[in-house]
Design a binder for this molecule. Structure first.
Ligand SMILES: NC(=O)c1ccc[n+]([C@@H]2O[C@H](COP(=O)([O-])OP(=O)(O)OC[C@H]3O[C@@H](n4cnc5c(N)ncnc54)[C@H](OP(=O)(O)O)[C@@H]3O)[C@@H](O)[C@H]2O)c1
Length: 347
C-alpha cells in the first residue's frame, strides 16, 4: 500500500467535486492500485483546515468551517510523499507550488495562471519532470490534450501546427451567430445561461484562450510570453473602461461589423470562429474563417476542438473534440492527474 498525502488549494466548484470523487473512489482505488490518497489539507481563499496525520471524514464533510489554517505552513509541513493540488484561478499560488516541488512533492493544476505567467516560471515548474507536474485540465478540461501532445513529442513526432477552439463560451456565441443572431444578443443569451464569466469581457478579450495557447506553444518548444501572442480581442480597447451594464448595452455597436464578417464567410462556404493557431514559430488568437465541412467549421455549441497536425498525422490530422468545460469532467481530469502523479512516486 502506498500512502500519498494531498493538500488541496482552491476547493471551489472543480475542487469540491474533485474532493468528492476521490472520497467516493478511495476504497476502490486502494483495492485496484494499492494507492491510498489521504487528504491532509483543504483551502479556499477564506478557509483552511490542515492535519499532518490526515483529515477525518468529518473534517472533510464539515469544510469550510472554523478558523483558517496557515497555507504556507501546511505546504512546509505536509509529510512526503505528497501532492499539492491547485484548482484556484489565482497567480499567487506559484510560490507555494515551487516550495512543494523543492520539498520533493508533486503538483497537479487546473489553474492556468502559474503556467502562463513568465517563461522562467514555467521552466522552473517543468524542470522537475513531467510526472511531478501535471496539468491536463488547463487546456480542454477533461479532454486528453496535454498528454496526447506529450506522447507525440516523446515518440519523436514533429508538431507542425495546433489549431483549436478552446473556449466553450465563445463556441456557443459563434454557433449563435451562424443562425443569424446578432453578436450583442448572442452574448446576452450566453450571459443569461451563466455560460460567460460575470463580466463577459473576461471571455471576449481572448485572454483565457491566449493562456491556453501559451501553455501549448511552450510545450512544443516555443519560448514565449503572453504579450508575444498576436491577440485579437472581440471588443475595442475603449470599451474596457465601461461598467458591465454599460458594456452590455454598447455591444450593439459591434453587431454590424461581426454580422458582415459572418455573411462574408458564408458566401465562401465558410464559418467564422474564434480560434488559436500555434506552430513551432508563432502563436495567434482571434477570428478566423473555416470551411463549413472542416472539423472546426462543423463544430457546434460549447464543445472544444483541437486539431493537431504533425509529421506523422500530416494529411489527416489528429482531432480531439468534446466538452471543454464542466465541473464533473474537469474534476475527473484533475483526479486522473493525481493518480498519475501518485503512481510515479517511487515506493
Ligand atoms: N469550471 C470548469 O469547467 C473548468 C474547466 C477547466 C479548468 N478550470 C480551471 O479550474 C480552476 C477552478 O475553477 P472553478 O470553476 O472551480 O473556480 P471557482 O469555483 O471560482 O473556485 C476557485 C477556488 O479557489 C479559491 N481560491 C482563490 N484564490 C485562492 C488562494 N489564494 N488560496 C486558496 N484558495 C483560493 C476560491 O476561494 P473563495 O471561494 O474563498 O474565493 C475558490 O474556492 C480555474 O483556474 C479554472 O480556470 C475550470
Amino acid at each position: 500500500m502506498k500512502k500519498v498525502h494531498l493538500l488541496h488549494i482552491g476547493v471551489g466548484n472543480v475542487g469540491r467535486q474533485t474532493v468528492k470523487q476521490i472520497t467516493v473512489q478511495r476504497t476502490a482505488l486502494k483495492a485496484a492500485t494499492g494507492l491510498d490518497l489521504v487528504f491532509c489539507g483543504l483551502f479556499t481563499n477564506t478557509a483552511g483546515v490542515f492535519k499532518k496525520a490526515g483529515l477525518s471524514k468529518l473534517d472533510i464533510a464539515g469544510f469550510p468551517n472554523g478558523s483558517k489554517a496557515d497555507l504556507k505552513k501546511a505546504v512546509t509541513e505536509i509529510p512526503l510523499p505528497f501532492i499539492v493540488i491547485d484548482t484556484t484561478a489565482a497567480d499567487m499560488t506559484l510560490p507555494l507550488l515551487k516550495l512543494a516541488l523543492k520539498r520533493g512533492g508533486s503538483v497537479v493544476m487546473s489553474n492556468k495562471k502559474p503556467l502562463s505567467g513568465s517563461q522562467d516560471d514555467f521552466d522552473a515548474l517543468l524542470k522537475h519532470g513531467e510526472n511531478r507536474v501535471l496539468f491536463e485540465t488547463t487546456v480542454g478540461a477533461g479532454l486528453p490534450v496535454i498528454g496526447t501532445l506529450a506522447d507525440l513529442l516523446k515518440t519523436g513526432d514533429d508538431i507542425e501546427s495546433i489549431t483549436g477552439c478552446f473556449s466553450g463560451t465563445l463556441g456557443y456565441i459563434f454557433s449563435q451567430l451562424q443562425t443569424g443572431t446578432p453578436f450583442s444578443n448572442a452574448v446576452k443569451i450566453a450571459k443569461s445561461h451563466g455560460f460567460t464569466e460575470p463580466d463577459p469581457r473576461d471571455d471576449l478579450s481572448g485572454i483565457d484562450v491566449t493562456r491556453k495557447a501559451v501553455i501549448l506553444a511552450r510545450l512544443i518548444g516555443q519560448k514565449i510570453e503572453l504579450s508575444d501572442v498576436k491577440l485579437q480581442s472581440l471588443y475595442p480597447a475603449a470599451m474596457a473602461r465601461l461598467s458591465v451594464d454599460e458594456f452590455m448595452k454598447a455591444l450593439t455597436e459591434l453587431d454590424q461589423d461581426i454580422a458582415e464578417k459572418v455573411v462574408a464567410a458564408k458566401t465562401h462556404q465558410k464559418v467564422l470562429r474564434y480560434a488559436a493557431t500555434i506552430t513551432p514559430k508563432q502563436c495567434s488568437v482571434g477570428l478566423e474563417n473555416f470551411h463549413i465541412d472542416s472539423e472546426i467549421g462543423s463544430l457546434r455549441g460549447p464543445d472544444n476542438i483541437i486539431v493537431i497536425r504533425t509529421r506523422r498525422y500530416h494529411d489527416n490530422p489528429l482531432v480531439i473534440k468534446g466538452p471543454g468545460a464542466g465541473v464533473p469532467v474537469t474534476a475527473a481530469g484533475v483526479f486522473a492527474d493525481i493518480i498519475k502523479a501518485a503512481e510515479a512516486i517511487p515506493s
